[in-house]
Design a protein around this ligand. Sequence first.
Ligand SMILES: CC(C)(COP(=O)(O)OP(=O)(O)OC[C@H]1O[C@@H](n2cnc3c(N)ncnc32)[C@H](O)[C@@H]1OP(=O)(O)O)[C@@H](O)C(=O)NCCC(=O)NCCS
Length: 181
Amino acid sequence: MLRESLSDGTVTIRRFDLNDLERDLEAKDEEQIKWLWGAEDREKWVAMSSDQRRAHARATIMMYRDTFGPGPKWSFAVDADDESYVAYVDCDLANQHVPHGQANVAYSSHPAFRGSGYVSRAVRLVFRYLEENTEATEAHINVAADNEPSLRVARAVGAEAANQWVDEQGNSMIRFVYRLR
Ligand SMILES: CC(C)(COP(=O)(O)OP(=O)(O)OC[C@H]1O[C@@H](n2cnc3c(N)ncnc32)[C@H](O)[C@@H]1OP(=O)(O)O)[C@@H](O)C(=O)NCCC(=O)NCCS
């Protein structure tokens, strides 16, 4: 039976639920959209009314909640101290930029909680989650070479820069690899 949450005493990663909707809408700022979204999703989001945005975010949270199980992807809400959903983190064993069966790890923080150390704690918990629940031996974090805050997370969790590559949009990317178990 898969665990639905994991905690280090300060930060907890857990399965999503619909109470996360308001915070999710608040957290979608320029930074998140710039670094984490593909060009197509960005254009669609810009064209949506606020009701459409809410319906879209709600459907995405339901998808995170309902696909949490056998994998290959787990999306977690991150709680910290007394605050709910301060960040998002996921791991995906079927990501096109990572060898099949190895994990791609991605993350984003609610703007009000950036710089609190919550994301690096959450990523360390995801590593533990992968070790306890999957056969993956590597976690990959692919970061745009000029995304300084994200480079800090990758370095803080002890992942090592492995190679540089160029994504479909022409962005220069650095692959960080963390050896699991
Ligand atoms: C990238 C992002 C998630 C980083 O979030 P964050 O809140 O800064 O992350 P953390 O606070 O956990 O910081 C990570 C490390 O950098 C340190 N740090 C954070 N801000 C710092 C600063 N201004 N100066 C020096 N160190 C800093 C933290 O202490 C932590 O190290 P530690 O674990 O040793 O304490 C956030 O900027 C974000 O949401 N960006 C938009 C989405 C995005 O780019 N996602 C990544 C795509 S690859």
